[in-house]
Design a protein. Structure first.
Length: 102
């Protein structure tokens, strides 16, 4: 038996979210976006002292995990929290962290 046969879809989703959240820059972006009542349409590179290409890679990781979504509006990209996946991640982590030792 290999380990892949015992890993659930729930564990895979949680690991994907955790990987995407595994960098301080990504946590900053998530925190910033989660405080917005609507999408953030500013230039995130103005808020973070990192190269645009580095920021782009962090945003790609968050988008690939489904935690954020973006749409192009002219020269800017508008970013928002993906509310469905955000709720899914919150529920998965709450269930995991609230488990009793068995």
């Amino acid at each position: 038996m290999n380990y892949k046969s015992v890993i659930s879809e729930k564990q895979k989703r949680m690991a994907r979210f955790a990987k995407a959240m595994g960098h301080p820059v990504r946590m900053y972006v998530l925190e910033l976006l989660s405080k917005q009542s609507c999408c953030y349409s500013g230039n995130l590179s103005d808020d973070l002292p990192i190269a645009k290409s580095t920021l782009s890679q962090h945003l790609k990781e968050l988008k690939d995990a489904g935690l954020i979504q973006g749409e192009i509006e002219g020269p800017k990209v508008k970013y928002c929290i993906n509310k469905d996946n955000w709720a899914d991640a919150r529920e998965l982590f709450m269930q995991f962290l609230n488990q009793e030792n068995q």
